[in-house]
Design a protein around this ligand. Structure first.
Ligand code: NAD
Length: 459
């Protein structure tokens, strides 16, 4: 196992810093310390735990500009999108602060003839959070904050591509009063994640790719610990013929390319009714051409760097595969010149489901647009996938949208919007997009064990 983690700036290729990485021994020692500290943390009144999270929120607001720059430097995310993520975190924090008490309150469900039945939510105990880099504040805090509020200790392994951000999350929680052993940040890559899974944790909450999710499920499967996997998607949107074509194209270009296409709920494939297909494509290409690509630290940059260098070959492969099978490349389709990891915003038409671009997650600024003749064909194609994270429909007709979306297998569905997450709604996937959920009141209860109390008074 490497003892150093080298952090690169994906926009320049330069080394940002080098950190000492965790080892199996250090991970084991931290897990023991967290186990001990958790009991005292859980005994604190919820009000005290909430005050710590309020302090964390104040720290995010105070340090926002510096936190945005750290995230942009290590991930290549355009600076205004880093600010958007941090500002978007604040209502999530507010949601958890407002809802936790009710979500985990004990409930009396029967009380008759001296017999009472109650449901109680106890913390799971020691929670492992292995996380992704693309929205590191969102995906980290979706787990860390409700887990801490519910009385758990957290062993957090941020992505090796967002470790400095992971350390900032941890610093702000410690400064706000969360004990150091209750919230622990581990440093390293997949091997440190694997070392964490070898510890006797009570819950594993993972955000990342399908392939790693499978390895994690295999690693913990026999131990019956609570396991949640939030994985990738190949999220479809269908554009009906009754829409404002230009508005739909602009909205979906943003949904496909925001964060340089590196969102779990990016629009990954678009089906357009044949009556408006050509006009839609024209507006879509014009919109994408207008996106400014370049230095992620520049205020007007919209398309930033590709965070992980190996993804460049995945994108190249998908484009070449589609071209070989007859797709038409309207824009982009190539790596950008280095240094750093760059890919041109890419739009392909005349695509079909024999092509990987319509089947496998691209996770980059690459989109395929396919013509369809009917709602039935659109539904059949939207469901022709092993994933099921989000799906959307653009139409003026709500009844039509509801009819279509009720037939689509996905954890979240969108009418006339896309690439959207709300703290009030559960975030989940079906099929190869994962199991379990975060956010909403259910995403708070997810960090508890429900205990049944049978209470007969008298004795
Ligand atoms: P990844 O699977 O490469 O890595 C995720 C994490 O797993 C990292 O922290 C990594 O170090 C760790 N890891 C790798 N191998 C491991 C092992 N054997 N044991 C334990 N841990 C291990 O994913 P990524 O590149 O960081 O993230 C991109 C993926 O995440 C995309 O597929 C994206 O769709 C998905 N994602 C999903 C959601 C969601 O909410 N569903 C949100 C964000 C990202």
């Amino acid at each position: 196992m490497s003892t150093l983690l080298v952090i690169h700036n994906p926009a320049t290729g330069e080394v940002v810093t080098t950190l000492p990485a965790d080892t199996p021994d250090s991970v084991a020692a931290k897990a023991r310390a967290a186990r001990e500290a958790q009991a005292l943390w859980a005994m604190r009144p919820l009000e005290q735990r909430k005050r710590c999270i309020e302090g964390f929120r104040a720290g995010v607001v105070r340090d926002l500009e510096q936190l945005a720059r750290v995230m942009t430097e290590e991930t290549g995310k355009p600076i205004r999108m880093s600010r958007n993520e941090l500002n978007g975190l604040l209502p999530r924090i507010d949601f958890f602060l407002a809802e936790t008490e009710q979500a985990i309150a004990a409930e009396t469900v029967y009380d008759e003839g001296g017999m009472r039945e109650q449901i109680q939510h106890e913390p799971l105990g020691l929670v492992a959070n292995i996380s992704a880099w693309n929205y590191p504040w969102f995906v980290g805090c979706n787990v860390i904050l409700p887990a801490l509020l519910a009385g758990n200790a957290v062993l957090y392994k941020p992505s090796e591509y967002a470790t400095l951000t992971g350390q900032e999350i941890t610093r702000l929680l410690h400064e706000a009063g969360v004990p150091r052993d209750v919230m622990i940040c581990l440093v390293g890559g997949g091997e440190v994640g694997a070392a964490l899974l070898a510890q006797p944790v009570d819950g594993v909450f993972f955000t990342g790719s399908h392939g790693t999710g499978q390895r994690i499920a295999e690693a913990v499967g026999k131990r019956f610990v609570k396991l949640q996997l939030e994985l990738g998607g190949k999220d479809p949107t269908y554009v009906c013929e009754d829409v404002d074509v230009q508005a739909a194209a602009e909205s979906l270009a943003d949904g496909a390319m925001y964060n340089t296409g590196q969102s779990c709920c990016s629009v990954e494939r678009i089906y357009v009714h044949e009556a408006v297909h050509d006009a839609f494509v024209e507006h879509f290409v014009r919109t994408v051409r207008g996106f400014k690509r370049g230095d992620p630290m520049s205020e007007d940059t919209y398309i930033g760097a590709i965070t992980r260098a190996p993804q460049l070959d995945v994108l190249d492969h998908q484009v070449a595969d589609a071209q070989r099978k007859g797709a038409d490349l309207l824009l982009g389709g190539r790596k950008g010149a280095g240094p750093g990891n760059w890919y041109e915003p890419t739009v392909m038409v005349d695509v079909d489901h024999d092509m990987e671009i319509m089947r496998e997650e691209s996770f980059g600024p690459v989109i395929g647009i396919q013509k369809v003749r009917s709602d039935e064909e659109a539904v059949q194609l939207m469901n022709d996938t092993r994933y099921g994270l989000t799906a959307g429909v653009y139409t003026r007709d709500e009844a039509r949208a509801r009819r279509i979306l009720s037939q689509v297998r996905a954890g979240s569905v969108y009418w006339n919007c896309c690439d959207r997450v709300s703290p009030r709604l559960p975030w989940s996937g079906v099929g190869d997009s994962g199991v379990g959920l975060t956010l909403s009141k259910y995403g708070i209860q997810a960090f508890t064990r429900t205990k049944a109390w049978h209470l007969r008074s008298g004795g």
